[in-house]
Write a protein that binds this ligand. Structure first.
Ligand code: ATP
Ligand code: MG
Length: 439
């Protein structure tokens, strides 16, 4: 196959008419009929220019729809602010709705339309990488790309809409209820399966931008990887790594990759370790608002991960102690291994899946939260005091159930017979919360 610059492909898009039809005069390039995944290199550097339609057809098994700008305007109500979901490095994202009136056979569904910010840092290359990788890769733990738009300078991506947004929003935005332990493990396992699939593909893919904001969650908290703009084809044949310009996100990128630009699947494994640590701790990989010692999550947490006595300091307080102690120790051990400074000592993603998946079956999560209402309070100098007997009972409970949420701010109801009971309201709400969180 002769090699040309991928700029030729851009040119063909820029010549497209407003309706998205292409006014390219050269004969269309013969479309390879290989069932094997086409690499970014195959497409971006090959042959005569590809029109948007050719691109869609040349991606084996992609079934991608090519939309016009006018169609995506209609789908998103002219990119209205009410449809705005959020914005990242690529540009703004809008919610929309498509059905078979737009294209025969198109499933009626909500979509997320990501539009390239023409003033931004990303561009055609990232858009093309997304179309090439996500257009061909299909897996339950990868976001589904439905189609794209390439008209004049406009570049858009149309994805299946993910009802729960990103993991980043759930972990770090105070507006959302804290994720329960089992949902966190479900997300970790799902994301690990997505990465394992990429690494084990016939032509392996290195994802390169594994982070909480790129893990999207559907209505039952199934995790799906999105954003393949930085993805790279893995090393081929005898190669041990791919050499690239260092790109990615601070706090997630593997140290050896930052130092040398050498990229391997083990760079993704390191980033997975960082996200797993974020899931356990509820802390961001880099948090400028914390003290110097705690700013960098990995540096602060790593020494405590392999120490069962110290692990509870790392665990997210919002879990209120409601996690499996053994499960947390196992997950922390996985994170510790993934974060090894020597990439060769990190596990591969298959081993990570195999270690984390059984944690979903562990049912030693303490019940709770306990809600304590001091039954014999006396007013003393305007301060409320718990009577000594009650305080002793609470302390006893704390010792017997160290991982429960029996804490100073928690309450336990005492009924008329003087028996301590967990608040039934809290039991119901934690059951409901679990259901809502896909457990
Ligand atoms: N398919 C989707 N369904 C629902 N929401 C989505 C979808 N894709 C992206 N979003 C939301 O759109 C917003 C922007 O996402 P985007 O991936 O562009 O940026 P980001 O991941 O926050 O940042 P970065 O550019 O560093 O990847 C996020 O809030 C994300 O949750
Ligand atoms: Mg993203």
């Amino acid at each position: 196959m002769s090699r040309h610059s991928w700029r030729s492909f851009i040119t063909s898009c820029w010549r497209s008419t407003k309706e998205g039809s292409v006014t390219e005069t050269k004969k269309p390039r013969p479309i390879p009929k290989s069932p094997q995944r086409m690499s970014y290199y195959d497409i971006s550097s090959s042959g005569t220019p590809l029109s948007p339609e050719d691109l869609s057809l040349s991606l084996p098994g992609s079934n991608l729809h090519v939309f016009t700008l006018a169609e995506l305007k209609a789908v998103t109500r002219n990119f209205s602010t009410t449809n705005f979901i959020g914005s990242g490095g690529f540009g703004p994202v809008f919610k929309g709705y498509v059905d078979d009136k737009l294209r025969p056979g198109l499933k009626a569904q909500h979509v997320a339309v990501k539009s390239l910010d023409l003033e931004g840092l990303q561009g055609h290359r990232e858009w093309l990488a997304e179309v090439i990788f996500l257009g061909q890769l299909r897996h339950p733990h990868l976001a589904k790309l439905i189609g794209y738009c390439c008209e004049d300078e406009h570049r858009m991506l149309v994805y299946e809409y993910m009802a729960r947004g990103s993991l980043e929003n759930h972990l770090f935005k105070r507006l959302l209820a804290s994720l329960p332990w089992s949902t966190r493990i479900k997300i970790a396992v799902g994301a690990a399966k997505g990465l394992a699939f990429l690494h084990e593909a016939e032509k392996p893919v290195i994802y390169r931008d594994f982070k909480a904001s790129n893990i999207l969650l559907d209505s039952d908290y199934t995790a799906k990887l999105s954003d393949f703009g930085l993805a790279k084809d893995g090393p081929q044949g005898e190669e041990t790594h791919v050499t690239t310009r260092v790109m990615g996100t601070r706090g997630y990128a593997a140290p050896e990759y930052l130092l040398t630009g050498h990229l391997t699947a083990k760079s993704d494994v390191y980033s997975f370790g960082v996200v797993l640590l974020e899931l356990l701790s509820g802390r961001r990989s880099v948090d400028k608002n914390r003290s110097n010692r705690e700013k960098n999550l990995v540096e602060w947490a790593r020494p405590q991960l392999n120490n069962p006595q110290k692990l509870s300091r790392v665990m997210d307080r919002n879990l209120e102690g409601q996690y499996s102690t053994k499960g947390a120790q196992k997950a922390a051990a996985v994170a510790y291994k993934c974060l090894n400074l020597n990439p060769k000592k990190r596990p591969d993603m298959r081993a990570v899946v195999e270690t984390l998946e059984p944690l979903l079956e562990m049912n030693d999560v303490p019940i709770g939260p306990f809600v304590y209402t001091a039954p014999a309070e006396t007013e003393n100098d305007g301060r409320k005091e718990m009577d000594v007997k009650t305080a002793a009972k609470v302390n006893g409970l704390k010792q017997r159930v160290p991982n429960s949420a029996v804490r100073s701010e928690a309450t336990i109801h005492m009924d008329s017979k003087g028996l301590y009971r967990n608040s039934p309201r809290h039991h119901q709400s934690s059951r409901r919360q679990n259901r809502e969180h896909g457990v």
